[in-house]
Write a protein that binds this ligand. Structure first.
Ligand SMILES: Cc1cc2nc3c(=O)[nH]c(=O)nc-3n(C[C@H](O)[C@H](O)[C@H](O)COP(=O)(O)O)c2cc1C
Length: 325
């Protein structure tokens, strides 16, 4: 399939694997890229710019297809070494950067000057327009369904995507709640040029996370996610577990007085315990409502090939058939 996104990134299929903390390692990024999509390494999971350079080198050894790096800009006191990370990305010959969180303006000149395409992930049309205005090459439009941080507007993709299509000139992909060929075809119908998936890619053979994480996604239904940290205006969609229920109790008790320190035990430093050790109740971890659509653990190639074959049938048989009737 050819879209403005496949052309922009030089990939075969319009399917992107979003950056994911403690999931987006070289193994997953390379598997997605080798399957014809765009795999993405998550920069901030790496402890330093040097470690990121090593992870990029490892990915380069595992694939000769384009892959990307996610740079998430967080509102933190001690900012990570973004300058060093940008240098590692440029020196590593990375073709695409997915930015997320705060405005990525500070890194655009260096990245784009090195010929790197930048796709900014955002949860509101106004933020997508800002990304377009500052010169991003594309945007990833992340609806309320998404795993991770859906923002504070709560607009699902059935509204957000057509709104983005009405306003944007640069190409965009859908993100949040995307799982299969139905997601892809619907996204294309609403004006997107492809789709970005997070949770779906965790439940794949190559995702380098503990089997318990994959099994938890397969076992979960669409009713099993919760929104946490809303009172802090840092809303995150996570899979429910005992730590999340405790966190929600604390939020209820503290009300408007909630501070980050009140929930630090449930959210800080929990990713390695969950993703690497499989201690599923260690804390809150991002997961999308789309878990309700995930029932298997295929390889990335099986997943992507299946989506593209089913999309072909959906467009050329079901939809074309409706028109002929
Ligand atoms: C476990 C997990 C960790 C994530 N970590 C990040 C991250 O560090 N940076 C980021 O920009 N997005 C992160 N995301 C969001 C994904 O890149 C993607 O936008 C989101 O998962 C899309 O929604 P879906 O899960 O419904 O597919 C994360 C998502 C998950 C599920």
């Amino acid at each position: 399939m050819k879209t403005r996104i496949t052309e922009l990134f030089g990939i075969e299929h319009p399917i992107i694997q979003g950056g994911m903390h403690y999931v987006g390692f070289a193994e997953l990024a390379a598997a997605v890229s080798n399957a014809g999509g765009l795999g993405i390494i998550t920069a901030l999971t790496q402890p330093s710019a040097e470690a990121l350079a090593d992870e990029i080198a490892k990915c380069n050894d595992m694939t000769d297809k384009p892959f990307g790096v996610n740079l998430t800009f967080l509102p933190v006191v001690n900012a990570p070494d973004y300058e060093g990370m940008v240098k590692a990305i440029i020196d590593g010959g990375v073709k695409v950067v997915e930015t997320a969180g705060n405005n990525p303006q500070q890194v655009l000149p260096a990245l784009q000057g090195a010929g790197i395409k930048v796709i900014h992930k955002c949860t509101a049309v106004r933020h997508a327009l800002k990304a377009q205005r500052i010169g991003c090459d594309a945007v990833s439009v992340d609806g309320f369904e998404c795993g991770g941080h859906p923002g504070e507007d709560d607009i699902p993709n059935m509204i957000l995507l057509p709104r983005a299509a009405d306003e944007l000139d640069i190409p965009f992909v859908s993100s949040g709640g995307q799982a299969d060929a139905r997601s892809l075809v619907a996204s294309l119908a609403m004006g997107a040029e492809g789709m970005n998936m997070g949770t779906r890619f965790i439940a794949t053979k190559e995702a380098p996370v503990h089997q318990n994480v994959k099994d938890a996604i397969v076992a979960a239904s669409e009713l099993d996610t919760r929104l946490v940290m809303r009172p802090l205006r840092n809303t995150e969609r996570v899979l429910t577990n005992s730590a999340v229920e405790k966190l929600l109790e604390i939020e209820k008790e503290k009300g408007a007085d909630l501070q980050f320190t009140d929930v630090i035990e449930q959210v800080a430093g929990v990713y390695p315990k969950i993703m690497l050790e499989g201690t599923m109740d260690a804390g809150a971890w991002s997961c999308g409502m789309v878990a309700g659509l995930i029932n298997d653990i295929p390889t990335c190639k099986e997943l992507i090939d299946g989506i593209m074959a089913d999309a072909d049938a959906l467009i050329n048989e079901r939809l074309a058939g409706l028109q002929a009737a």
